[in-house]
Write a protein that binds this ligand. Structure first.
Ligand code: HEM
Length: 394
């Protein structure tokens, strides 16, 4: 496929081909280039857009902050944040939950980075939500539209919002780099080995790292949760079993539900495109620049050879069997394997547990919503409309 004004894209659905794409050496396939669509959000110094040693060096700085043990130290913060957000959601009327879930996951990643208790972080949350609304427009994907009416106004508004976000981020980073007294949160850990002196270059670099974590860390989890809510609302038998198991303090079914949501509705339908930098052979075919290779994770996770009734939402398939690494890849693979998966899982478990403890979920439409693109991921097209009601405990 050759999209207008873009390099040719070759899509692959065989598990072995997808593995080959994500594990290819950095000088052969370059994923950094393929993620260019998010550059206006995360900035040119983002490690997510770098390749080779620059990418690995950036990753090494953030990965320790998201290891399982560090993430489990955030359990209480995640629970408090989730309970606070959910308590404000309207009941007994159809409401779109996608935006609310993304606002919730944005708050969690901001608390993880900056700690809790600073009012400017609430202001940053507000500014970021406004800035990220650009993700719903075409201007990120098609730069030529940014200067043509009616998109020009959308783009100008985005640039102004980004300036506001950057000013506040620079203030928070510089202050913490200077004082080093605020030891809460991941930022303190990031600033440690970076020897940030408060100068504009160093601040720009930390800003891009933080924006990468903020973007990658909230829309993905918020959207995957939106799919979980849609799937549960439209599969009452699964939801009732989940409620029973959670009431009995049994988390095995919750884990199976989450694994099945990640299989059936992965927010990344595809891997980030990998730009061919040197001729590269996959399954007997050789690809040359400027081709980009893309792995179809959605197709891989719906392969009838790996799953009985792949189009059915059936968490039971993961009750006695862990997901197979050759047919389940919602976190990606190779050098770009998602570093935030432990935090994402903690958030998904906490949100679903808290929701179902206090509320019931009913669908607001006859069918599950179809998918809609938002930057590089897919989300429920109607905004995940459901009706929440207070649960009556018998
Ligand atoms: C359910 C939620 C999430 C899903 C499904 C998900 C999935 C993924 C996938 C598939 C990739 C690799 C993309 C590719 O290279 O093809 C990725 C990368 C990444 N994820 Fe996640 N993610 C989630 C949540 C998070 C969270 C909470 C964070 C928090 C920091 C995070 C941070 C990142 C970062 C920084 C990268 C880029 C890694 C790199 O460039 O080396 N993600 N994620």
């Amino acid at each position: 496929m050759t999209p207008l004004g873009k390099p040719p894209l070759v899509f692959m659905a065989q598990a072995s081909d997808i593995k080959a794409i994500v594990t290819a050496p950095a000088d052969v396939l370059r994923p950094g280039e393929g993620g260019a669509v998010i550059a206006p959000l995360v900035g040119r110094d983002s490690f997510m857009l770098a390749d080779g040693e620059d990418h690995l060096a950036g990753r090494r700085r953030v990965v320790p902050g998201f290891q399982r043990e560090r993430v489990s130290a955030h359990t209480q913060m995640v629970r408090a944040t989730v309970e606070h957000e959910i308590a404000g959601w309207p009941l007994d009327t159809p409401i779109p939950l996608h935006g609310r879930l993304c606002a919730l996951t944005l708050r969690v990643i901001l608390h993880t980075i900056f700690g809790v208790g600073d009012e400017r972080v609430d202001e940053l949350h507000r500014r970021l939500l406004t800035m990220f609304s650009v993700a719903a427009s075409l201007t990120l994907h098609m730069p030529t539209l940014r200067y043509a009416p009616p998109w020009r106004r959308v783009w100008r508004r985005f640039l102004a919002n980004r300036e506001g976000v950057d000013a506040l981020l620079a203030e928070l980073i510089a202050e913490r780099a200077r004082s080093r007294t605020h030891q809460q949160g991941l930022l303190a850990m990031l600033l440690g080995p970076m020897h940030v002196d408060g100068g504009p270059d160093a601040i720009g670099n930390v800003r891009d790292t933080l924006m990468s974590l903020i973007l990658a860390g909230h829309e993905t989890t918020g959207s995957e949760l939106a799919w979980a809510v849609q799937l549960l609302a439209h599969h009452p038998a699964v939801m009732h079993r989940l409620v029973r198991e959670l009431d009995g303090d049994n988390d095995a079914y919750l884990d199976a539900v989450i694994n099945e949501v990640l299989r059936h509705r992965p927010v990344f339908l595809f891997t980030i495109p990998r730009a061919v930098a040197k001729p590269c052979e996959v399954s007997g075919r050789t690809y040359h620049p400027p081709v980009h290779l893309v792995g179809c994770v959605h197709l891989m996770q719906h392969d009838a050879a790996a799953y009985a009734q792949p189009e059915a939402f059936r968490p039971e398939r993961f009750l006695d069997e862990a997901p197979r690494s050759d047919a389940w890849m919602p976190w990606g693979g190779g050098r770009k394997h998602c570093p935030g998966r432990h935090l994402a899982l903690l958030e998904m478990q906490t949100v679903l547990r808290t929701l179902l403890e206090h509320l019931t979920i009913e669908p607001a439409s006859a069918r599950i919503e179809t998918a809609r693109w938002r930057t590089v991921i897919v989300t429920p097209g109607g905004g995940c409309r459901v009706v929440l009601r207070k649960r009556r405990h018998s």
